[in-house]
Design a protein around this ligand. Structure first.
Ligand code: HSE
Length: 313
């Protein structure tokens, strides 16, 4: 076998979907994966050498040294599998399509890719549930990493040190219309604007809607979805961080969206529409147009639900 063939054989390719946390009423527990992907190639090396390259979204800002989150995540798996001596370095290249710092799970994708790539190098020593636990440790919460790993919609519960995730596909085929503003928003800032306590009526507002959302998605009850995405726990406090947010919500609903939410901690907004209605282009145009009225330039993405989660090729 010549060198080229033998090194080509060692390349591990991982594809991870972008994700959206919360889905409106499911603050800090619901998530979904969408058909937009970051792709990663790994060659793990015996020598202590790290080569990291990136193209696409945020390529200029991604650290290419030990601080890189993909490598740090890979290291965690190698260490826990007892393979940190065997694989001391890596060549990592990535092609990023998920916009960064826009509430679409780009950091979760990087973490999950590192974990799954390294796990493949150690003959899949860990299960996907182990990967979920490690990813949650690194990210601090499971709401993006869970759908990135499992695909579909996910419900996640953290109980002491354990993460329980249920992933499901809805009975109704949805289009996801994402308006991505041209400014980033840090999750830290978006959490700082939240109150420490909330009124009981707001907690009830969300518990009832999040429960309805999951039931309506699983049963395919389109009519019930129209109230199920609404939220009182985080979005009202975050509207001031995204100019025009409420107006974009109204415009998307007027154009036929079943529901509209802030994607994760923002600033992207996601409208949901029934695929068979074919309203996605109109909804996208209304969202972008309405943002513009508030001097926010945005790009619309029309996506489907990813049904597979992270995959190794
Ligand atoms: N659930 C988190 C938040 C998402 O809304 O703050 C962070 O990605």
């Amino acid at each position: 076998m010549d060198n080229e063939t033998s090194s080509a054989k060692n390349i591990i390719t991982v594809k991870v979907p972008g994700t959206s946390a919360n889905c409106g009423s499911g603050f800090d527990c619901l998530g979904l994966a969408a058909t937009i992907y970051n792709e990663f190639k790994f060659t793990f090396l015996e020598e202590k050498r790290l080569t990291i390259s990136a193209v696409g979204e945020g390529a200029d800002t991604i650290p290419n040294d030990e601080k890189n989150i993909v490598w740090q995540s890979a290291r965690l798996v190698l260490e826990r599998a007892g393979a940190a001596e065997k694989f001391q370095g890596a060549e990592i290249s990535m092609n990023n399509r998920v916009p960064m710092s826009r509430g679409l799970g780009s950091s979760a994708a990087a973490i999950v890719a590192g974990l799954i790539g390294a796990n493949a190098a150690v003959d899949n020593h860990f299960t996907r549930n182990d990967i979920l636990k490690f990813a949650t440790e690194i990210e601090g919460h499971p709401d993006n990493v869970a759908p990135a790993i499992f695909g579909g919609f996910t419900v996640s519960v953290v109980d002491k040190n354990l993460v329980h995730t249920y992933s499901f596909l809805p009975k109704i085929k949805l289009k996801l219309i994402v308006a991505v503003p041209d400014f980033p928003l840090s999750t830290k800032l978006a959490r700082q604007v939240l109150p420490k306590t909330v009124p009981l009526k707001d907690a009830i507002f969300n518990v009832s809607r999040a429960s309805m959302l999951v039931a309506a998605l699983i049963e395919g009850k389109e009519k019930l979805l129209s109230i199920a995405f609404d939220d009182a726990l985080h979005q009202p406090y975050r509207t001031k961080l995204v100019p025009g947010m409420e107006e974009v919500f109204t415009a998307a609903k007027k154009a036929g969206a079943l529901g509209v939410v802030l994607s994760g901690a923002g600033p992207s907004l996601i409208a949901f529409s029934a695929a068979n209605r074919r309203l996605e282009n109109d909804i996208a145009a209304e969202m972008v147009h309405t943002f513009k009225k508030f001097d926010v330039q945005s790009t619309a993405l029309i996506l489907d639900l990813d049904t597979r989660g992270a995959s190794l090729n």
